[in-house]
Design a protein around this ligand. Structure first.
Ligand SMILES: [Zn+2]
Length: 289
């Protein structure tokens, strides 16, 4: 066998057996994560008052205002110190976080919530459909629940519904209820601006499929919820988009550490629609009887 063919065989093996970014971004068994989840990535300004402060793959977003800050997602339980150091590296104070939000009640996005809430005294606001799972540490999760708490439980201060506005000082976010991945999965719209122009940013919760989307006792409406979410998400209008996992919006292909400020990196609507349509195709296959 020639050297070239050997290399080709190895490559084919890797492509066949490495899980795709959707499945490995969302289906690990708690409390273990993957290196991409706990690895570091430099914090940076995405657009206007929106900053990336997460781990290598677990996206956490800081939205700054003249009355304190909003933090969306926390990563794993052990991610708290990294997020704190990222916020400080950007020149902001961790203790100025006033509001905590999340995109879904899964441990890879909320496991440090209890700790960060305790350290900052911030108000936790969650989609009402995920509130129970947050409050019992994931024990009521339709898929991973039933075995006790997966992450440290934390009681929400305010329950949110579709189109609710989260206002802090001169900034505001709008919650978009995108159920399916979890019952209370949420995206957000943020209107922001920089020295040049204004942007509508979608912080998307991509509706990746982790269970049988036809239905199950713990989530009988799951199929209808996915159908609703695909329809809603396909029709959203925005200038820039990011998502709950860096790999879902191709952060590491778009940007390398040290790259200058460039919101346009995140403008690719075609990539967003393609990612959605791939998930929808998977959904169609899995729900076909
Ligand atoms: Zn998840």
């Amino acid at each position: 066998m020639t050297e070239f063919r050997k290399i080709l065989r190895v490559l084919c093996f890797l492509i066949l057996f490495l899980p795709d970014s959707h499945s490995y971004a969302q289906t690990a068994t708690p409390p273990t994560g993957r290196d991409e989840w706990s690895g570091d990535y430099e914090p940076f300004r995405i657009a206007g008052n929106l900053y990336y402060v997460g781990t290598y793959d677990l996206a956490c977003y800081l939205v700054t205002s003249n009355a304190g800050h909003i933090l969306i997602n926390t990563g794993l339980a052990e991610s708290a110190d990294m997020i704190k150091s990222h916020i400080e590296k950007l020149g902001f104070r961790f203790s100025d976080i006033k509001i905590l939000l999340t995109q879904q009640a899964h441990w890879d996005h909320v496991a440090a919530m209890a700790k960060i809430k305790k350290l900052t005294n911030a108000k936790l606001m969650v989609n009402e459909k995920d509130a129970q799972a947050i409050a019992d540490g994931g024990n009521s999760d339709y898929l991973f629940g039933g075995k006790g708490s997966i992450f440290k439980p934390v009681k929400p201060d305010r329950l949110l519904r579709d189109n609710d506005v989260i206002q802090l000082g001169d900034t505001k976010l709008t919650l978009l209820h995108h159920p399916g991945h979890t019952k209370g999965s949420s995206s957000y719209f943020l209107d922001t601006k920089d020295e040049k122009r204004s942007y509508r940013v979608l912080i998307a919760n991509m509706p990746t499929i982790i269970a049988d989307p036809s239905g199950m006792p713990g989530y009988p409406d799951i199929k209808n919820d996915y159908v609703y979410t695909f329809e809603k998400m396909k029709n959203l209008k925005f200038d820039l988009w990011v998502a709950a996992h860096a790999m879902q919006f191709g952060l590491h292909e778009k940007r390398k550490p040290g790259d200058p400020y460039d919101p346009e990196l995140f403008s690719k609507r075609g990539e967003y629609l393609k990612a959605l349509s791939e998930i929808e195709t998977e959904f169609a296959k899995k729900t076909k009887k």
